[in-house]
Ligand binder design. Structure first.
Ligand code: ACO
Length: 405
């Protein structure tokens, strides 16, 4: 590893690295990925153990504090988060300004940014107490905001948080209960949703996390920095891939199903077609994404529990995966399923509308963004992020009077 800052100070040289293929933007002790082995650790703990032995709020505590909580710490953390699940009533008037058919990520970008207008006691990103309380507020309120965005789009009344429920059961209650009918938490589905949250909680310096760091590095408030992360996550090359992957599977199913996979794969291999195999490939994983394996298991569990294990979309996904993993194009480029390939099938089975998938990803990733923001600001070497450029425009020239141009 070359410390390019020293080289720059000595020689004035800097690197040209579009897409940050080989540039580390920071030092971090939060998440470790070994892309060749297909390994993912949060604070040293394998994702497989966290996903099967811990819940999402324990994982949040771990990402924020570096250690898993003991019982007392967990109780205190859960109680603090639970205390902040409501959002200011004014938020519903803000939400009402959106069209009902607005994309939930458009709504979430606005709602999360708007939180900074409500909590003036937690907007100083350089103040550790402000960062701490804004972190609790964001983690607590994201489920409420996502559920509000959903209820608004469905034309249903908002359901208030029920603090006697767990974090994830409460989210599902706010999504699926109505004033006419309570939501009885289904343990298997709640556990599956909680696992989706854990698997999406952090993933080191991906595009949205780097966006949050860059945005926060200017000294903006934590809510604004997280809203920037939500906006970046929306793209189909990043968090939007879960929605795009399910839309792709449904599209293939509508146009002939398993028999048409060959035609689809042919298109995905053709660079001019504009088609990609969504939910496949990753900048860092050059082996099976460990989150995709866990998601595939969760998918089987959920569909089995609901008695729909023969779901045609799951069969199609499995057949598509098998064909792609035997195809020279995908093998030679080390393109494997990523977390998004199966997460859409699980969420759809739970009853989540496709357009909400990325908002749920944002809910889960919020804690990772906050942990990364805190780490950056706590680093004595932290500076405003300010990439350089290679200028390719015109050389100096003089403005001509309008009549002569
Ligand atoms: N389908 C077809 N070809 C692909 C795919 C794909 N899904 N992914 C990569 N390739 C090809 C590229 O065209 C390129 O081919 P080439 O070497 O012949 O030019 C090669 O594989 C390498 O891919 P790059 O695009 O250079 O890899 P990069 O690291 O820039 O992109 C990315 C990674 C954005 C994830 C890409 O694989 C992709 O677009 N995948 C589909 C979208 C997706 O699933 N995104 C979710 C990522 S995970 C997450 O955000 C949670």
């Amino acid at each position: 590893v070359i410390d390019i800052r020293k080289l720059y100070a000595q020689t004035g040289m800097f690197t040209y690295d579009p897409g940050f293929m080989s540039t580390a933007s920071c030092q971090s002790a939060i998440t470790y990925i070994d892309g060749d082995k297909g390994e993912l650790l949060y604070r040293g703990y394998p994702i497989e153990q966290l996903a099967t032995q811990c819940d999402f709020l324990e994982t949040c505590y771990l990402l924020l504090n570096g250690e898993l909580p003991n019982e007392t710490q967990k109780t205190e953390f859960v109680s603090r988060v639970t205390h902040h699940t409501m959002v200011n009533e004014q938020m519903q008037f803000f939400l009402r300004g959106f069209r009902r058919d607005a994309h939930p990520m458009a709504v979430m970008t606005g709602l999360v940014g708007a939180l900074s207008a409500f909590y003036h006691d937690s907007t100083d990103i350089n103040n550790p107490e402000h960062r701490e309380i804004s972190a609790i507020r964001l983690i607590a309120k994201m489920p409420t905001l996502v559920a509000m965005a959903y209820k608004y789009s469905a034309g249903q009344p908002y359901m208030y948080p029920k603090n006697k429920l767990s974090y994830t059961a409460n989210f599902m209650q706010m999504m699926f209960a109505t004033p006419c009918e309570d939501y009885e938490p289904d343990d298997v589905l709640v556990r599956a949703m909680d696992r989706i949250f854990i698997l999406h909680a952090d993933h080191e310096q991906n595009a949205s996390t780097s966006t949050v760091r860059l945005c926060g590095s200017s000294g903006t408030n934590p809510f604004a920095a997280i809203a920037a992360g939500v906006a970046c996550l929306w793209g189909p090359a990043h968090g939007g891939a879960n929605e795009a992957a399910l839309n792709m599977l449904e599209d293939i199913q509508r146009n002939g199903g398993i028999d048409k996979i060959g035609d689809f794969i042919k298109q995905a291999k053709d660079k001019n077609s504009g088609v990609k195999l969504m939910g496949f490939g990753h900048r860092v994983y050059k082996n099976y994404d460990p989150r995709a394996k866990l998601m595939q298991e969760t998918c089987r569990e959920v569909l089995g529990h609901l008695g729909v294990e023969n779901d045609p979309i799951l069969k199609l996904a499995q057949a598509l995966e098998k064909i792609a993993l035997e195809d020279e194009y995908f093998v030679s480029r080390k393109l494997y399923p990523n977390v998004d390939f199966y997460s859409g099938i699980v969420q759809r089975a739970i009853g989540i509308p496709v357009s909400l998938f990325t908002a749920i990803f944002a809910l889960a990733r919020t804690v990772g963004w906050i942990a990364q923001l805190n780490e950056m600001i706590g680093d004595p070497e932290y500076k405003i992020g300010r990439p350089r450029q290679l200028f390719t425009g015109s050389a100096r020239r003089d403005v001509q009077p309008l009549a002569q141009r």
